[in-house]
Design a protein around this ligand. Structure first.
Ligand code: SF4
Ligand code: SF4
Length: 173
């Protein structure tokens, strides 16, 4: 009987692998460009559906610890209302605003992470809900950002490594 999939979730091992396999990952990013969008998306979504359930986000929480989260006005309004804070106070406490109107949380880890869980789960932002975005179409267009997060997110790491196998990609020795 085939043994159950054992995902790699050790962030230190992932980081070491990413650093020592930069060229392999660059080759892989170029390799998948030869395939059409639909074919890659179907494979990634299938692997994501298989692998995500084997990884506990509440044990990990690394995206909430290591990403600057973007939010929009509506999201800031909703969360400040939930926290009973004036928008002005919420903005001063939690946000950094760019000249282009972009708003990001002003610190990492996210201040709403408590015991590795989101304390404002119902009010979390679209970016939080989407990450790591492997269920979404146009994986090829996001390959740069996917590799930016490859050693940060065990779901991405394991899906990418499984995708290499699935696509018969020749890894470095
Ligand atoms: S709002 Fe919640 S889900 Fe989003 S980064 Fe903060 S803790 Fe994580
Ligand atoms: S989405 Fe990735 S980085 Fe975030 S908690 Fe889950 S496994 Fe960890």
């Amino acid at each position: 009987m085939k043994s159950p999939f054992q995902p790699q979730t050790n962030l230190a091992i992932m980081a070491e692998y990413a650093a020592s396999h930069q060229q392999e990952n660059d080759r892989f990013a170029a390799y998948i460009k030869e395939y059409n969008d639909e074919e890659i998306d179907a494979k990634v979504q299938e692997l994501d559906a298989l692998i995500s359930p084997t990884i506990s986000c509440t044990d990990c929480g690394n995206c909430c610890k290591s990403l600057m989260v973007c939010l929009n006005e509506g999201e800031a309004d909703r969360l400040s209302g939930h926290l009973n804070m004036k928008r002005e106070d919420f903005d001063l406490t939690y946000l950094e605003k760019g000249s282009n109107g972009l708003m990001i949380m002003n610190r990492m880890p996210c201040p709403f992470l408590a015991n590795n869980k989101c304390s404002v789960y119902e009010y979390r932002f679209e970016g939080c809900k989407e990450f790591p975005a492997l269920h979404m179409p146009h994986f090829k267009r996001r390959i740069f950002t996917t590799f930016m997060h490859y050693d940060r997110c065990p779901i991405i790491f394991n899906v990418v490594e499984a995708l290499k196998e699935e696509m018969h990609f020749t890894k470095d020795q």
